[in-house]
Write a protein that binds this ligand. Sequence first.
Ligand code: CAA
Length: 258
Amino acid sequence: AQQYENILVETRGRVGLVTLNRPQALNALNKATMEEIVAATAAMDADPAVGAVVITGSEKAFAAGADIKEMSSKGYMDMYAEDWFRGWESLTRLRIPVVAAVSGFALGGGCELAMMCDVIIAGDNAKFGQPEINLGVIPGMGGSQRLTHAVGKAKAMDMVLTGRMMDAAEAERAGLVSRVVPAASVVEEALKAAEVIASKSKPAAMLAKEAVNAAFELGLAQGVLFERRVFHSLFATEDQKEGMAAFSEKRQPEFKHR
Ligand code: CAA
């Protein structure tokens, strides 16, 4: 297995688990960490034995943002020439579902990383925020866009302009997170959710993810048409036959393509 410096990687059943491991920097996302997350999750995406991924941090911090110390002395041409943060786009192109297990701080790039995931399970100690305004900049990993999609203009403007944090209860009310669970069990609950996802027909799960994501890119009529065409296409799979037969026979389905 490949060795990483900033993350821990393991497989639990059909779920790949990535744990950010830079405790000395509250899991600040430097370039090396981004590259490791992208490489590890891409390998999981390509592994037929893996059906879902969980990304988590520590109890104190999911991630406290992009690494401020790594960026502070850079100039415009450095950022532009390196197309800083572009590497994260690879994470958003994974086909298998990704669950974020968020405990503690999810700030700046940490909040943005969580929002790149498909499901966010938050501990009741989670704190979300886009504090870049306090550093004289703005979100750079998609926060101004994904947060606005997730919680609407009113909350997004509040968060991005004041830099204040949202606690887990407010994040759930606002629709930023999927579920809130006790902080001590956030990884366990995320692994359970991911295992449920990974037990489904893999093509169905991947296409379900693609269809929901299409809602952020397409107009309603185009999106509904995309969904219907994909729905039709799933009738070419053995798993559709098995899933529907199992329902009629009152038994659990045994999906072939997992
Ligand atoms: N980058 C680099 N180092 C960071 C960091 C970050 N984003 N966040 C925390 N650290 C480091 C601290 O510098 C400190 O290191 P030292 O011990 O060497 O000084 C260590 O992690 C522990 O942090 P604190 O002592 O600050 O811990 P705390 O409990 O007192 O405070 C906190 C916690 C409120 C999260 C505070 O660390 C903080 O405000 N962090 C920065 C949050 C932030 O501004 N994030 C946005 C970054 S910019 C960005 O993300 C751009 C983008 O859109 C992608």
